[in-house]
Design a protein. Structure first.
Length: 80
């Protein structure tokens, strides 16, 4: 039987591969279990917020896509 952690590891790996400008990990809850999904910005071209926190991998991916789009628009705006 697969544990929730084993199921979520591929999602974590995919997020890390797609969003290389962020450090992505799972936070730990007070009881030691895995909690929120967290991304911290390392490349200013990859986003605008220093830290993004979501409750699941799908929500984090959506937030990081928005971050990437915002960063791209800011770069384009500065080029004008």
């Amino acid at each position: 039987m697969e544990t929730r952690t084993q199921i979520e590891e591929p999602a974590l790996r995919r997020l890390r591969e797609e969003f290389t400008g962020h450090r992505i990990w799972r936070a730990r809850r007070w009881d030691g279990r895995l909690g929120d999904w967290v991304a911290t910005l390392h490349d200013p071209a990859a986003g605008v917020d220093a830290t993004v926190i979501c409750s699941d991998s799908a929500a984090l991916r959506e937030a990081l896509v928005r971050e990437r789009d915002l960063a791209e628009r800011l770069v384009m705006k500065r080029a004008w």
